[in-house]
Design a protein around this ligand. Structure first.
Ligand code: IPD
Length: 258
């Protein structure tokens, strides 16, 4: 395993232990960031633990993290760690076991390493650019699904920013009519990992943050899938609107969303 990926795995596992302990103990403090957008003391403690592990190995690297933001000079640094300590915080708060730690490393504008760790199921997804994607050290690939009407598609609702709800409802209607099923599980990073692992054939969501998408996107690319924006362009990282899937499902998702 690449040494940088090794550090990412160590950080994710440390955070995972902390999250599992907190989940068993319960009674943690929950704050509202904005309507339907929550943070717990566990998110903050897990993020601090991840950053501690990264900083002790790579003090010179920049960090972009959901709860603490961007470290100084991140825009000019060649290497940026992109961290979501709990993707799926609402699920975590409710004890709905579908959440994960997402850590990606971006080097000179390219995604280089990715870890998504589901601590409730002890499932560790890893990828390094050009070296394939793995689930608990076993190689994973996207499915061979070639027809959208046979595809199981993941999605996320626009629950914070309701301005594009009408557009989303049109998209959802098309997907419900044109696929084998639509799932909204509540953790975008884990949904993307599921596409990489062949549990879903495709995924789309609008208005995501970089830390929700970065690691999952590299997992999908390394598992043989495609990732793009709503029109299929490579603008998803900046726009936050993401479409992903097996190569054939991806193309049909783009056509349908258009
Ligand atoms: C959220 C989850 C959810 C997605 C939201 C994200 P968070 O991340 O990924 O599935 O629909 O858009 O914000 O806030 O729990 O880290």
């Amino acid at each position: 395993m690449h040494p940088t990926l090794n550090i990412a795995v160590k950080a994710a596992r440390r955070a995972g232990s902390l999250i599992n302990r907190a989940s068993l103990a319960g009674g943690f403090e929950v704050k509202t960031k904005q309507a339907n957008d929550f943070v717990t003391e566990v998110d903050k403690a897990a993020e601090a633990e991840i950053i501690r592990v990264i900083r002790s190995a790579y003090p010179e690297h920049a960090i972009l993290a959901e709860e603490s933001g961007e470290s100084d000079g991140a825009a000019k640094n060649d290497t940026v760690w992109i961290i979501d300590p709990i993707d799926g915080t609402t699920n975590f708060i409710h004890g709905f076991p579908q959440y994960c730690i997402s850590i990606a490393v971006r080097q000179r504008g390219q995604l280089a390493h990715a870890v998504v760790f589901d601590p409730a199921k002890n499932e560790l997804y890893t990828a390094s650019k050009g070296r394939g994607a793995f689930l608990n050290e076993r190689r994973i690939r996207v499915t061979r699904c070639a027809l959208l009407r046979e595809a199981l598609i993941g999605t996320g609702f626009p629950f914070k920013e309701l301005g594009r709800l009408d557009l989303y409802m049109k998209q959802l209607r098309k997907m419900m009519a044109g696929t084998a099923g639509v799932r909204r599980a509540g953790s975008a990073a884990l949904d993307l990992a599921y596409v990489a692992a062949g549990r879903l054939d495709g995924f789309w969501e609008m208005g995501l943050s970089k830390w929700d998408m970065a690691a999952g996107a590299l997992l999908i690319k390394e598992a043989g899938g495609l990732v793009g924006g709503l029109t299929g362009e490579d603008d998803w990282f900046e726009s936050g609107d993401i479409v992903a899937g097996t190569p054939k499902v991806f193309a049909q998702l783009i056509d349908t969303l258009r």
